[in-house]
Design a binder for this molecule. Structure first.
Ligand code: SF4
Ligand code: SF4
Length: 126
């Protein structure tokens, strides 16, 4: 299990279909109105001018010189984003670059390694 390479695949796959709780949205409305502008009737992410749902996450940045992607609201990103990746199977399905081929030979150990890597972002998989 390697650290996140910032390949951006997870944001590209899931960024347009994220959800957020009412508490998250209320927090953005109070403390991060710039983010809340892209939420409409509980739906993420919506163009604040056209009110059309966006086809991709508006906060994904392309660090072309480094060949990586970033998140311009990283400290305030949705819980959905904080929790990814959760399981080895979703990583394999999504092509997540944290997953190494050897991880699939020892799935239990690899899941524990993933849970340690993610300890600051989400609770461990039960
Ligand atoms: S909010 Fe940030 S972490 Fe979440 S999908 Fe968008 S760019 Fe990725
Ligand atoms: S798909 Fe995996 S390696 Fe790529 S940015 Fe997401 S968590 Fe990081």
């Amino acid at each position: 299990m390697r650290a996140c390479t910032q390949c951006g695949k997870c944001c590209e796959i899931y960024g347009a279909g994220l959800t957020a709780t009412a508490d998250e949205i209320a927090w953005w409305e109070t403390f991060r109105p710039g983010i809340a502008r892209y939420v409409s009737n509980g739906v993420l992410w919506v163009d604040p001018v056209s009110q059309q749902r966006l086809a991709s996450c508006p906060w994904l940045t392309d660090n072309k010189s480094e060949g990586t992607f970033g998140c311009s609201i990283y400290p305030d990103r949705p819980e959905d984003c904080r929790h990814y990746p959760v399981t080895l199977s979703e990583m394999a399905r999504d092509g997540c670059e944290m997953l190494e081929s050897s991880d699939l030979k020892h799935p239990q150990k690899s899941q524990q390694a993933l849970d340690v890597l993610m300890i600051d972002s989400r609770p461990p998989l039960a």
